[in-house]
Design a binder for this molecule. Sequence first.
Ligand SMILES: [Ca+2]
Length: 379
Amino acid sequence: MKERKRKIIKIGFIIIIPLVGLLYLLTNSNLLKEEVKKLTNNEIKELKEEEKFEITVENKNRKTDQKREGMVWVPGGEFSMGSNINDESLCTIKGVTNDARPIHRVYVDGFWMDKTEVTNKEFAKFINATKYITVAERKPLQEEFPGVPLSQLIAGSGVFTPTKSKVKLDDYLQWWKYVEGANWRHPMGYNSNLIGKDNYPVVQISFEDAVAYAKWAGKRLPTEAEWEFAARGGKTASTYTWGSILKPQGKFQANIYQGQFPVEKGDTGEDGFVGIAPVGQYEPNGYGLYDMAGNVWELVSDWYDENYYSQLAQNYRVSSNPQGPEISNYINEPNSLQKVHRGGSFLCTDEYCTRYMVGTRGHGEIKSSANHIGFRCVE
Ligand SMILES: [Ca+2]
C-alpha cells in the first residue's frame, strides 16, 4: 500500500499535497480519457526561445464610483504571464516549473478583489448562515473510493507534520499526514482550534468549499490570469509580487519558511512568523493586496493543465480573459482532477518549493485540502 502510494504520487504532491486525493488515486477513475492536444518538444523549444516579458499596460477605466468593503479595484489590462525561472533548484525536481512557460501575453478585464485571504472569522459567518459542511468534515463515501477499505474512509485532511530529523526532500509523505478530524475548525486535527485566530486565513478548504463561500458572498474565485495580473501589482517581469529582490533592505515581504525544512523546530520564523500568520502582516503590493505570496496557497478557478500556457502562446497573440483549460491534464496523475493553486505558503523555502515567486504555479486534487491552502474572492 505504502509503496503504491509513493509510486503513484511521487511528483505532484510535492507541490501541493492533495491528501484526500490519495483516496481518489486508489480508485480506477476513467474521467480523463480524452486526448489533450500536446505540443511537440520542438514546438515548445521554439516558444521558449521567443519568450520574454513585455511591459504591463493597465486599463484606464479605474472604478471609483463605488467601493466594496475589504476589496480593492484591480484595473486589468495586458501583461506578460508566466515564469522563465530556472527550474533546477525548485522542488528538487528537474523541469517542475516548465508548466509556467512560455511567458505569454494575456489581457484581463478589471475586477474587484479581496484585499486579504478569507479569514476564519469571515468563513464562520458563512457557515453560521448556511450550515454548510466542508469536504474535510464529511466521511468519504465507499462509492467514491471503491478500492479503499472501509476502515480508511475517515473524515480528515492533510496536516504538515515536521520530521524528527533531517530527511531527503524526495518524498513528501515523510512530512504530510492525513489526520483524522482535521478540518477548518481544527486545522491540525482534533487537538487544535481557532481560539485567537479570527484574523488568520481559513485553511483546510477544498475547491468546492471555496466556491460555496464565494457564491454565498456574491463573489467568485479569480481565474488564474486574474490572480497573476493582481499579484504582479502593475509591475513587469519582477520575480516577486513586490519586486526582484527577496528581502529589500533586509526586510521580509511575505510569510515563508526559513531554516531547515521540514524538521521539528526547523522553522526559525526569521520573517516574524513560525507557521501560519494572521492576514495582512506585510506590506501590500501595488494594488493594495496583502499576502499574494506566502502564508497560504490560494485556490483559483482554472483547471490545471501543465501544457496550457504553451497552447495559449501557440494559438493567440494575446489571450483575452482566459478561463483555463476545459479539464485538467497532469501527466503524472492522469486520473486525478486538479485545480490550479497560486502564491505559495508559509512552508515555501528557497531550499524546497519557492512558489512564492509570482509567475510560478501549483496545483492540487479538487477534493483535497491541507493546512496551508486557503483562498480569496473577486467580483
Ligand atoms: Ca515564516
